[in-house]
Design a protein around this ligand. Structure first.
Ligand code: HEM
Length: 512
């Protein structure tokens, strides 16, 4: 303490340059071993905390666990002794998040999903080769692959081409919702599965240029769309179980692991099948780049169609659960916040006077309340509860010396509602984002407190599609229907993503 005081005194007398002061502060930083956190026990470390019956932590409570780590240990907390994986260091400090994100080089390392890493780099290394995509890939190989696909995936002119196709899928989905209503005009108890099918159908359209057929009623059990639905449900939701609860697959092939591998193989085959069809179609076309879809642009540019296949697989792997669970959350918030829904409806009536008219890019541009609503839901109910990075250099964080190689977690689910980073954090107020967009003063939001799509060179590649899909669904639905939820409130839980858990029995009634 005396040391820190003397540094501060030296700062105030201005005898030292700022870099000398930073070096001094780093000198006084405490060692990594002193970072607080739950104590691991011999052999079982902290993994036991996720075991059924004896463990206090459940996967579905990961959001609550990170909140309680903050309350118990403060802005930095270490979870060490997790079986088969390095320590997790939770950092609840938006300034430190900013420091880490802004100083990462051009190959940031996100510690994601060891099961995908094993699948791509070991089990099917012969297929994936040296350029295995962006998910679970790091360093130069990641950078080269990302450079190949980033431009078309994020280019607004390409994304806008999907307004009509996504709208067609969404019109089918809304019709399906109408057909599903019971006598009380409510959705069935497993409505989240239906949203899941809508998101699958959207991703099929974006990544593979096809209608997969997942929204067809009464699908035969062994049909391709039904198999896709079943595999998609399993593929990502079991990742959390494989990685935190039962990491034994790292040592021997468990039944869950075998099923995971066969699902991934199935997805790979589906992707390759549709990519080959697209390639044949492309060869018979006069190539005018402006007219090409995302997939066709990649096929036209790359000699090896495997690049398009691997990219499509990556988009499918991370683009289904994220968007479907975010959509469950958005619809639940709309249905339980009627005054917000009414304000949104007013905006929609103004911009789409004729409810039957197709939505255009110009209309979407004039819906600031809709955009702000989506951001506010993300701030308070961050679908991806936090983002992670593996430190690539020794760094001082929150007064501790953190060695390179440690896995950092920035839980935006906590920082997004900390009063020091967001004014009036508990109030659900989309307007705060509208004022921010216009550059008007409306309290404060730390730019790194809520990062729903991550940050920097590794930021979400599907974010423009994700926003588009949610905007079209919400705009279409709320323009013509009132959505209500007339049951006991639902709790938010983590089933891979953070979303309301339970029966989403929304009541859907036609507006006058
Ligand atoms: C609301 C839905 C979504 C949310 C909240 C979300 C969030 C995220 C986040 C937080 C990351 C990590 C970013 C970072 O490390 O800084 C990410 C990465 C990624 N997302 Fe999304 N995402 C969503 C939807 C989608 C969709 C629909 C797709 C595909 C069409 C997609 C494709 C990807 C890909 C490919 C990456 C990996 C990027 C890389 O490592 O280079 N995401 N997403």
């Amino acid at each position: 303490m005396r040391g820190v005081r003397s540094v501060i005194r030296r700062m105030t007398t201005c005898k030292y340059s700022s870099s000398t002061v930073i070096e001094d502060l780093e000198h006084f930083a405490k060692p990594y071993s002193e970072v607080p956190g739950p104590k691991p026990i011999p052999v079982l470390g902290n993994t036991w905390r996720f075991f059924p019956l004896i463990g206090e932590y459940k996967i579905e409570d990961v959001a609550e666990i990170s909140k309680s780590l903050y309350l118990e240990y403060g802005k930095i907390a270490k979870m060490s002794g997790l079986m088969g994986r390095p320590d997790l260091l939770f950092v609840f400090d938006a300034d430190e998040a900013e420091k880490v994100f802004r100083s990462e080089g051009d190959t940031p390392y996100r510690p994601s999903m060891p099961c995908i890493v094993k699948y791509k780099h070991q089990i099917r290394a012969d297929f994936f080769g040296d350029l295995p995509g962006v998910i679970g890939v790091h360093g130069e190989n990641w950078r080269i692959f990302r450079t190949k696909v980033q431009k078309p995936a994020l280019q607004l002119s390409v994304v806008k081409k999907y307004i009509t196709p996504i709208q067609e899928v969404t019109d089918n989905f809304i019709q399906r919702m109408l057909d599903m209503r019971n006598e009380e005009s409510e959705m069935p108890a497993d409505f989240d599965n239906e949203i899941h099918k809508w998101s699958l159908e959207c991703i099929g359209r974006v990544a593979l240029d096809v209608r997969l057929g997942c929204l067809e009623p009464n699908l035969p059990p062994n049909s391709e769309p039904q198999n896709i639905i079943d595999c998609a449900k399993f593929a990502l939701r079991n990742v959390a179980i494989l990685e935190l609860k039962a990491p034994y697959w790292r040592y021997f092939p468990t039944p869950t692991w075998k099923k995971y591998v066969s699902n991934m193989d199935f997805f790979r085959e589906v992707c390759m099948k549709y990519i080959n069809k697209s390639l044949t179609k492309l060869k018979s076309k006069n190539v005018n780049e402006d007219e090409l879809s995302l997939l066709e642009r990649i096929l036209a540019k790359e000699k090896d169609p495997k690049i398009a296949c691997i990219f499509a697989l990556d988009l499918i792997l991370v683009g289904i659960d994220t968007i479907s669970m975010a959509t469950c959350s958005m619809l639940y918030q709309l249905a339980t916040r009627q005054h917000i829904q009414e304000k949104l409806h007013e905006e929609l009536v103004r911009i789409i006077p004729n409810p039957e008219a197709p939505i255009t890019a110009a209309m979407l541009d004039r819906m600031p309340y809709l955009r702000a609503f989506i951001k506010e839901v993300f701030r308070l109910y961050s679908t991806v509860i936090g983002n992670g990075r593996v430190l690539q250099n020794d760094t001082t964080l929150c007064g501790y010396r953190i060695p390179k190689g440690v896995q950092l977690v920035f839980p935006s689910i906590v920082t997004g509602s900390m009063p020091e980073y967001v004014s009036d954090p508990e109030t659900f107020r989309p307007e705060r984002w509208m004022k921010l967009e216009k550059g008007e003063n409306d309290g404060y939001i730390h730019p790194f407190a809520s990062l729903p799509y991550g940050y920097g060179a590794r930021m979400c590649l599907g974010r423009r599609f994700a926003d588009l899909e949610m905007q079209i669904l919400i705009a279409k639905l709320i323009r013509s229907y009132k959505l209500e939820y007339l049951h006991e409130p639902l709790e938010y839980k983590v089933t891979f993503m953070y979303a309301p858990e339970g029966e989403l029995k929304f009541k859907m009634t036609k507006r006058e």
